[in-house]
Design a protein around this ligand. Structure first.
Ligand code: GDP
Length: 305
């Protein structure tokens, strides 16, 4: 797959603006740094991370006395890659479990409605299924009828079973049955959808803890991944959601969606830096195949090429 496919908008915008910031200049001075700050903020990198990047470049300029604008490219790449938490990305690493019991790898997927949670689960199911893995889905977002229906449709489309008890049923019970089914079927991976109601934080926290507790009756170290899905086109909202969800549960990885529709892919850099959580996947379209494993080097290089 072409790793920077879907990032064209971010790429063009970032590169163009960066070029504008340095045009006609030979050395990195205060003005270039000011312009660079604007470019990063505009790309939704977030103010804290932007300040950090600028500070690091200032330190380098102070230390090396003279930094040419030509070198700025390389330095920025290094600094940005450094800010992106490393995630050992690679298609198999994702499914490696700490023990060796042969039980399925359990992924609990969290995130607010509309961010692309169901679509991401469908894409993941497709990814694993195409790689020859046995997949089971659990429709534990029982708060919305549409969520259950959509997951069932994704299951049919991909060709994997979906465990569902319908709307308004107990999410933990769905999760239990899905994990149980995964064990029975000797599945490789079980993916559990959950409801993302942020307006009641205590409820959210309780619901996620209960889902975890119940699935641990079947597989004691489950879930092996808690994947938070964020909409990459929502800028500061994505930051706020990351803040709330990391308070409500232990998030181990991020999936950032809709990067194809935004020029502000810098949100990936800021969120990964601020929360110190690896970005595992990026969504770059609505199709089943529009999900990429995130690789920080490829991502950074794509911003500059
Ligand atoms: P949920 O409410 O979080 O489960 O969100 P859905 O999975 O239903 O997605 C909401 C909308 O976003 C749908 O129209 C999806 O097709 C769309 N969507 C999801 N991921 C992506 C993506 O990576 N790129 C684009 N362009 N659209 C996406």
């Amino acid at each position: 797959e072409s790793l920077d496919r879907g990032l064209e908008k971010t790429k063009t915008s970032f590169f163009n603006q960066l070029s504008k910031a340095v045009v006609g200049k030979s050395k990195v001075d205060e003005e270039v740094l000011d312009d660079l700050e604007g470019v990063l903020v505009h790309a939704d990198v977030g103010i804290d991370t932007t300040v950090k990047v600028i500070k690091r470049i200032e330190d380098r300029v102070a230390r090396d006395k003279y930094v040419s604008t030509g070198e700025l490219d390389r330095i920025l790449r290094e600094e940005i890659a450094d800010l992106l938490s490393d995630n050992n990305s690679g298609s198999t690493a994702v499914l490696e479990r700490p023990d060796n019991t042969g039980a399925p790898f359990v992924i609990m997927v969290v995130g607010v409605n509309g961010v692309g949670k169901t679509t991401t689960i469908g894409k993941l199911a497709h990814r694993f299924h195409s790689a020859g893995k046995k997949v089971v889905l659990g429709a534990a977002d029982t708060f919305r009828a549409a969520a259950v229906d959509q997951l069932i449709i994704w299951g049919q489309r991909v060709g994997v079973p979906v465990i569902s008890h319908g709307m308004n049923t107990d999410p933990a019970s769905v999760a239990y049955d899905a994990v149980q089914k995964g064990v029975e079927m000797q599945a490789d991976v079980v993916i559990i959808d959950t409801a993302g109601r942020l307006h009641n934080k205590v409820n959210l926290m309780n619901e996620l803890s209960k889902i975890k507790r119940v699935m641990q009756k079947v597989i004691p170290d489950a879930p092996h991944e808690v994947l938070l899905v964020l909409d990459g086109s929502t800028g500061q909202n994505a930051f706020l959601q990351a803040k709330e969800f990391t308070k409500a549960t232990e998030v181990s990885a991020l999936a950032i969606t809709k990067l194809d529709g935004t020029a502000k892919g810098g949100v990936v850099i800021g969120i990964s830096d601020q929360f110190n959580i690896p970005v595992r996947y990026i969504g770059v379209g609505e199709k089943m195949t529009d999900l990429q494993l995130f690789d920080r080097r490829t991502f950074v290089n794509s911003l500059f090429s």
